[in-house]
Design a binder for this molecule. Structure first.
Ligand code: CA
Length: 412
C-alpha cells in the first residue's frame, strides 16, 4: 500500500493523495454536475472515464456518473463502489496508463464548482463524545454528575433536519427566533446572539435496510459508504429556551455544512485505532470486535472579515466514546429502516484538553472566557462576517488521507 504512487502531479501534504480518492459532485465549464474523484489539485471526471469504457465489466452504468448526487452510485453497494475506486487507483498509478493520453478527463479544482455530494434522506445527530457531553453537563447541570444516567448505556441521538444541510462555501444566515435575554423571564423574537459551530464528522449510508431489520455491529460497515466533515451550526440561546422537554429543534435546524468530498471507509482503513474501554460494559447488541475508531486530526479556525484565520480548536475523531458501528446498531435496534443517503453525524468532538474543545460554548466556557482573534478582537460566540473553517486529515507512515475543508460565513 505505501508503495503506491501516481503519475499525476500531487503536491506534498495534499489531502487528495493516491491513497485517498474521495468522491464528489462537480461542475466545470460546459460540464453539468458529474461524479468526480479528487487527486492532488485536480478532479478526475468519472463520466468521461465511463465513456472511454474504463469501467466496463464492473457493473456500473455510464449514467450513474452523469448525476446531481452520489446516491445512485452509493446504492450500487460496496462490491461495485470498491471496484470503481480500485480501478481509478490502478489507472492513476500505472506508468503505462491509457489516461495519460486521454483528453478532457481532468478538471482543475480551482476552476470547478463543488456541489452537495448527496441528496440527504434522513439526518441523525449523535452525542457521542464523552468530553463534550461531560463539558455540557458540567456547565448546565451538575459538575459532580455531569453525564446523565443513560449516557454510558446508549449512543444518545436525535433526528435532525435534512433540508438545510448545505455544501461548504454556502453563507449561513444568522437565525432569528425566540430567545430569553439574560436576567429576564419572557421571550423576545430576535436574531440569535449566541451563534456557535459544532465540530463533527458524519458518515453516509449506502446499503439500505427494510423496516423491521436490525443491523449488527459486525455488519454495520457494509452500510457505511464514507465520511465528510460536518459543522452543525447551533443557536445556543434559541436552543436553551426551546429544548425542554423534546430536545433540539429550531436552534439546530437552520443549517449544517458539510465538506464536498466523501472519503470512503476503504481509504480510512490504515488509520483505525482502539476506542475507549467502555465501563460499565454495554449490552450485547452494542458490543463489537476490532478497531472501530479512526485517527483523524481535526481543526477549527475562525476568519473574521479581512483578517487571517485563527485556529481555535485541535481535536480528533478517535475521541469518540461510541463508535460508528455502535451508532448504527443502536439506530436500527428498534427496526427503523435505513435509506441510501442517510447521514449520521457524530456529535461535537471534543478532547480532554481545552484546546481540543469542539464548540464555542466549550471554548468560551458558556461565554465566560474570551478567544482572541488575529486582529486583537475577541469572541465568545460567532459574529456576523466570521467564517468558520474546519479541516481534517489522517496520516500514518507517510500516507495522508484528508477531507479538504468545510467553510461557512455567518451573514446577517
Ligand atoms: Ca450536534
Amino acid at each position: 500500500m505505501s508503495n503506491l504512487s501516481t503519475w499525476v502531479s500531487v503536491p506534498a501534504n495534499s489531502d487528495f493523495s493516491i491513497h485517498n480518492l474521495p468522491f464528489g459532485i462537480f461542475s466545470a465549464g460546459r460540464k453539468k454536475t458529474r461524479v468526480g474523484v479528487a487527486i492532488g489539485t485536480q478532479i478526475l471526471d468519472l463520466y468521461a472515464l465511463a465513456e472511454l469504457g474504463h469501467f466496463d465489466g464492473i457493473g456500473v452504468a455510464k449514467k450513474i456518473f452523469d448525476n446531481d448526487y452520489l446516491n445512485d452510485f452509493m446504492a450500487l453497494g460496496k462490491p461495485v463502489t470498491k471496484a470503481v475506486r480500485e480501478r481509478v487507483q490502478q489507472l492513476l498509478s500505472d506508468e503505462n496508463s491509457p489516461l495519460k493520453n486521454a483528453a478532457g478527463i481532468f478538471e482543475k479544482q480551482s476552476e470547478a464548482t463543488m456541489h452537495l455530494p448527496v441528496k440527504v434522506r434522513d439526518y441523525t445527530d449523535f452525542y457521542s463524545s464523552i468530553e463534550h457531553a461531560t463539558n455540557v453537563g458540567k456547565m448546565f447541570r451538575d459538575p459532580e454528575n455531569a453525564l446523565l444516567p443513560n449516557w454510558k448505556h446508549l449512543p444518545v441521538g436525535y433526528h435532525g433536519r435534512a433540508s438545510s444541510i448545505v455544501v461548504s462555501g454556502t453563507d449561513i444566515r444568522r437565525p432569528k427566533g425566540q430567545i430569553v435575554p439574560k436576567g429576564e423571564t419572557q421571550p423576545i423574537h430576535a436574531p440569535c446572539r449566541l451563534l456557535d459551530f459544532e465540530l463533527e464528522m458524519a458518515f453516509l449510508i449506502s446499503k439500505p435496510t427494510s423496516l423491521g431489520d436490525t443491523v449488527s455491529t459486525a455488519d454495520a460497515e457494509d452500510h457505511i459508504f464514507g465520511f465528510v466533515l460536518f459543522n452543525d451550526w447551533s443557536a445556543r440561546d434559541i436552543q436553551k429556551w426551546e429544548y425542554i422537554p423534546l430536545g433540539p429543534f429550531l436552534g439546530k435546524s437552520f443549517a449544517s455544512s458539510i465538506s464536498p468530498w466523501v472519503v470512503t471507509l476503504e481509504a480510512l482503513e490504515p488509520f483505525r485505532v482502539e476506542g475507549y474501554k467502555q465501563d460499565p460494559p454495554v449490552l450485547p447488541y452494542l458490543q463489537y470486535e476490532g478497531f472501530k475508531n479512526i485517527d483523524i486530526h481535526l481543526e477549527v479556525a475562525i476568519e473574521p472579515e479581512g483578517v487571517p484565520e485563527k485556529t481555535v480548536c485541535r481535536s480528533n475523531y478517535k475521541y469518540m466514546y461510541w463508535n460508528m458501528v455502535q451508532q448504527l446498531a443502536h439506530h436500527t435496534v428498534n427496526g427503523c429502516n435505513l435509506n441510501t443517503g442517510d447521514m449520521m453525524a457524530s456529535g461535537t468532538i471534543s478532547g480532554k484538553d481545552e484546546s481540543a474543545f469542539g464548540s464555542m460554548l466549550e471554548l468560551s466556557w458558556a461565554g465566560t472566557k474570551k478567544l482572541t482573534m488575529n486582529d486583537g478582537s475577541t469572541r465568545v460566540f460567532l459574529q456576523d462576517n466570521d467564517t468558520v473553517i474546519m479541516r481534517g486529515h489522517a496520516e500514518k507512515n507517510g500516507i495522508r488521507v484528508g477531507f479538504g475543508e468545510v467553510r461557512g460565513k455567518v451573514v446577517k
